[in-house]
Write a protein that binds this ligand. Structure first.
Ligand SMILES: C[S@@+](CC[C@H](N)C(=O)[O-])C[C@H]1O[C@@H](n2cnc3c(N)ncnc32)[C@H](O)[C@@H]1O
Length: 266
């Protein structure tokens, strides 16, 4: 498929106006796939040659648009081969991660832990115009750096939720070491079971494009005026109210802000 995409890109290239290249509108899609040991992996029907339990694919640079990739794994099992197929909706610029291992072999988390660099935490809180009256909820809080910084710098109440008990421990220790236990609470929860209709005035996310889309029905129930900030990833096709790019040692990160009214399409 990636070979096909290169060909498709060449075909598309003939039709794309020269300004699009000049504006750098072509972007790659990166997909990380977790598999069982020795699994065969097919992308758009084409068997891939890479090996290992974590495989990374980068598409050729693509013009803006929506693309659906069919990703299939054939895992060896005691009762014969087990085939798992997933369709992934992507857009150029996306980073996606999917786990095609058997349910019992997958970690409990929907996305691996990766902390937001601290200068992005600072920038996103400025973008959200956080004040001491806000109540911030970080969905999938990792080591709690977003709620802890919000409480420490702005004096607001902040709650972190993470499904992984190790991350909950890290967050509680972080809140303790920064002396903000009075303002910060941390709970072990699956974020997809949270009622978001009560409580937060600002929600922060560092998940994946397909998880942001899955969370959208819950986010649309947030109280009026609530701001939602996502590190790195879009929210379906909804144009953000604000967008900044933050430079870090690991490269540039996009940070997006929507009000709940924008998410509801009001
Ligand atoms: C990329 S990390 C972001 C951590 C933190 N928000 C930050 O920006 O530094 C995503 C976090 O989400 C957590 N997570 C993944 N799936 C979850 C779920 N269904 N419910 C709650 N937390 C989840 C992971 O354990 C991980 O700590």
């Amino acid at each position: 498929m990636w070979r096909c995409l290169i060909l498709m890109t060449c075909l598309f290239a003939c039709l794309i106006p020269a300004e699009m290249f000049a504006q750098g509108a072509l972007k790659t899609v990166t997909v990380e796939v977790y598999l069982e040991d020795g699994a065969q992996l097919f992308i758009e029907g084409q068997e891939t040659t890479s090996k290992g339990t974590k495989r990374l694919f980068v598409s050729p640079p693509l013009p803006p648009g929506k693309y659906t990739y069919t990703i299939k794994a054939i895992n060896a099992g005691p009762n014969g081969p087990r085939t798992v197929t997933r369709q992934l909706d992507v857009q150029p610029g996306d980073f996606e991660s999917i786990d095609l291992r058997a349910p019992g072999k997958r970690p409990i988390t929907d996305v691996e832990y990766e902390p937001t660099p601290q200068n992005i935490v600072d920038a996103l809180l400025r973008l959200g115009k956080v004040t001491s009256k806000d109540v911030l909820w970080d969905l999938g809080c990792g080591d709690g750096r977003i709620p802890v910084t919000a409480a420490k710098v702005y004096g607001c109440k902040a709650h972190g939720f993470d499904i992984d008990p190790e991350r909950v421990k890290d967050s509680l220790a972080n809140a303790r070491s920064h002396n903000v236990e009075r303002l910060v609470t941390i709970e072990q929860r699956d974020i997809f079971t949270l009622d978001l209709s009560k409580g937060p005035t600002i929600v922060t996310l560092y998940l994946l494009p397909h998880l942001n889309a899955k969370l959208l029905p819950q986010l649309r129930k947030l109280p009026p005026g609530t701001r939602v900030i996502s590190v790195a990833h879009r929210m379906a096709d909804i144009k953000p109210d604000e967008h900044i790019v933050v430079d870090t040692e690991m490269g540039e990160y996009d940070v997006y802000l929507w009000t709940v009214e924008t998410l509801r399409g009001n």
